[in-house]
Design a protein around this ligand. Structure first.
Ligand code: GDP
Ligand code: MG
Length: 364
């Protein structure tokens, strides 16, 4: 377990993603040496240390995975390949909801409950403020203080660069590395905006929508699609004077869910009330998730979904790679900028501009 960790006693010692220099594999440290000698590490030792529960090696490995420096990336992939055999026996849970719904508070309370029960919990936190500040988790970190101190927890902030609707391109691989390190519950927090829900749904087993009271009001603005992605709807902040209303909201959601297509076959999406602040109803959520796992394993949906998710990820990575490769030459970027101007002024049509961009590519 995490006790084997010699270097960092607290999960607060998370690395700040690819921008971080703390673990010595950041960009600048390599820049200094990369021309003279290639970046090398003892891969067998890394695999062993990650397996032994060293947070430091786990963080370093994730940094390599996220790296945009070619030789670091290659080593990251080699480590992932070695570690892949130890992944899989876990529960991957995605948590979504509008900002302020209480996702971070829920993750902290729920994660801590599981850690206290002996589970090892990894959190991939996606901080909505990161794209503005260029930083990572900081806005949320304060709310995960307790969880971060727990020896069974590991919190990994999502780097601000390379996000697909708030989810880092490498989040899936980060999740796998955490699993190989022995984390059995993976919690992925996503911002309730953009494409992030669909992307996170595509990498987790169970998708949880955190809602607030007043289903009627909220539904006005909430896309039906998001509700149909969820395996459970959790009405948070069911405490104090809000408790009664929360119970009423749960009843309203149940009615609505009745008319929607459940996200998973043979599963009736439940609605539950919790208070993340007062830690009530959390055990019921865990019970629901475990029932879900049991049933989905029985009807093979669990295994099927994971395989399909891997294939879908493969396809996404291909598109990503094509895009990156195409625009990796400065010429292409410049050409696009010029064409953009022409398109804006109406001098060429969009199709013509695309044609031009690609035809000049094939000439090279
Ligand atoms: N009363 C009450 N407040 C809560 C609860 N959960 C979260 N909050 C508060 O709601 C605010 C937003 O919470 P946060 O976890 O940051 O939401 P996020 O944006 O979805 O991650 C904070 O001020 C929390 O203290 C709850 O169960 N009850
Ligand atoms: Mg949050």
């Amino acid at each position: 377990m995490a006790e084997t960790d010699k270097t960092n006693q607290s999960a607060m010692h998370v690395m700040g993603g690819i921008k971080s220099q703390h673990d010595g594999v950041g960009k600048s440290s390599v820049k200094k040496f990369s021309k003279k000698k290639p970046f090398v590490i003892d891969q067998a030792e890394y695999v062993q240390e990650v397996r032994n529960g060293s947070r430091l090696h786990l963080a370093k490995t994730i940094t390599l995975i996220e790296s945009t420096v070619a030789d670091q990336q290659t080593i990251g992939q080699q480590l992932l390949k070695e570690l892949l055999q130890y992944t899989g026996n876990t529960i991957r849970i995605g948590i979504t909801g509008v900002p302020g719904a209480g996702k971070s508070t829920f993750i902290e309370a729920f994660g801590k409950m599981l850690c206290d029960q002996g589970y090892k919990v990894a959190v991939l936190a996606i901080d909505p403020s990161s794209s503005l500040t260029g930083g990572s988790i900081l806005g949320d970190k304060t709310r995960m203080e307790e969880l971060a101190k727990h020896p069974n927890a590991f919190i990994r902030p999502s780097p601000s660069a390379g996000t697909l609707g708030g989810v880092h391109k490498k989040s899936r691989e980060t999740m796998l590395i955490c699993e190989a390190a022995g984390y059995d519950v993976i919690l992925v927090e996503t911002v309730g905006v953009g494409q992030s829900e669909t992307i996170v749904r595509g990498m987790v087993d169970f998708f949880l929508l955190l809602a607030l009271t007043g289903a009627g009001d909220e539904l006005q603005g909430m896309k039906k699609g998001i509700m149909e992605l969820a395996d459970a709807i959790i009405v948070n902040k069911a405490d104090g004077s809000n408790e009664k209303l929360a119970k009423k909201t749960v009843a309203e959601y149940k009615q609505i869910l009745h008319f929607l297509t459940p996200s998973s076959p043979n599963w009736t999406t439940p609605a539950l009330a919790v208070s993340s602040l007062y830690k009530t109803g959390l055990d019921k959520v865990w019970e629901t998730i475990q029932t879900f796992k049991k049933e989905m394993l029985l009807n093979n949906v669990w295994q099927y979904r994971r395989k399909e998710q891997t294939v879908a990820w493969f396809k996404t990575m291909i598109v990503d790679r094509l895009y990156d490769d195409f625009f990796s030459s400065t010429d292409k970027k410049q050409e696009m900028a010029q064409l953009e101007g022409l398109v804006r002024d109406g001098q060429v049509t969009v199709s013509q501009a695309v044609e031009e961009l690609f035809s000049s590519n094939s000439k090279q």
